[in-house]
Design a protein around this ligand. Structure first.
Ligand code: ADP
Ligand code: ADP
Length: 228
């Protein structure tokens, strides 16, 4: 059971001169896919980075399931993050990139890890790329590998930071469908950040709209769309 609860979350930078996230309270239900949308600088990335444990809140609390993870190290959280720039290790093969996250989070043997990577790669249609290095891959292939690396860990929570913004329009549509298929199949609780309103509307079970670090609106796409 993985819910995400943000409770009066606040993040200041520069000794309070910048308030990136301002009193944000949102609950994500188990298996729910929530998109977070708003203009550049409204606090989307900072919010996501706090849930991932890459940034500490100035005040407020983050819970995953029943556990308060506010002060917990990123490595201890059962979350997988997919970034806009893929964040693959350039000197490692696809197999090594995908297996690396498993080494951190499980106690499988090396052969078991490789077997799990092969299964996931097959499911994602990237089994022929396992021996390649990232710079031999197209943008779409890299993002597929980044997704695969997250999926193979079977995390409780998925965090997406504009994962499709570097792809062309056609590939964006393909990957959107792919992410939705994985979401339906595994029912992973997800927070998905995008500046693309159409993407947010199409993909989200619910949408969180941020403005200047504050929650402006939260609701189902239809309700948000009808009351802008
Ligand atoms: P978004 O993801 O919506 O574009 P961000 O969360 O990246 O917004 O940024 C929110 C605000 O916080 C912006 O004003 C940004 O400049 C500021 N900010 C983000 N990270 C830092 C940081 N490390 N130091 C100072 N200011 C930051
Ligand atoms: P994004 O909105 O996709 O996160 P940004 O360019 O806003 O992209 O942020 C990239 C990195 O720079 C992040 O780690 C963020 O924390 C940091 N950052 C953003 N704004 C500032 C700022 N005003 N001062 C210092 N660091 C910042």
């Amino acid at each position: 059971m993985a819910t995400i609860t943000l409770d009066s979350l606040r993040k200041e930078f520069d000794n309070g001169r910048i308030v990136a996230v301002d009193d944000l309270s949102v609950g994500v239900e188990d298996g729910e896919f929530i998109t977070v949308v708003g203009p550049s600088g409204c606090g989307k990335s900072t919010t996501l980075r706090m849930v991932a444990g890459l940034e500490s809140p100035t005040s407020g609390h983050i819970r995953i399931g029943d556990e308060d993870v506010t002060d917990q190290h990123a490595r201890k959280r059962d979350v997988a993050m997919v970034f806009q720039n893929y964040a693959l290790y350039p000197h490692k093969t696809v197999m090594e990139n995908m297996a690396f996250g498993l080494r951190m989070s499980t106690d499988l043997s090396k052969e078991e890890r490789r077997e799990r990577v092969r299964e996931t790669a097959q499911m994602m249609g990237i089994e022929d790329l396992l021996d390649d290095k990232p710079d031999e891959l197209s943008g779409g292939q890299k993002q597929r590998v980044a997704l695969g690396r997250a999926i193979v860990r079977e995390p409780d929570v998925f965090l997406f930071d504009e994962p499709l913004s570097n792809l062309d329009a056609k590939l964006r549509t393909t990957m959107r469908t792919e992410i939705q298929r994985l979401q339906n199949e595994f029912g992973i609780t997800s927070l998905y950040v995008t500046h693309d309103q159409e993407e947010a509307m199409t993909m989200g079970d619910r949408i969180v709209i941020l403005k200047d670090g504050k929650l402006q609106q939260v609701g189902r796409p239809k309700d948000v769309y009808e009351n802008p």
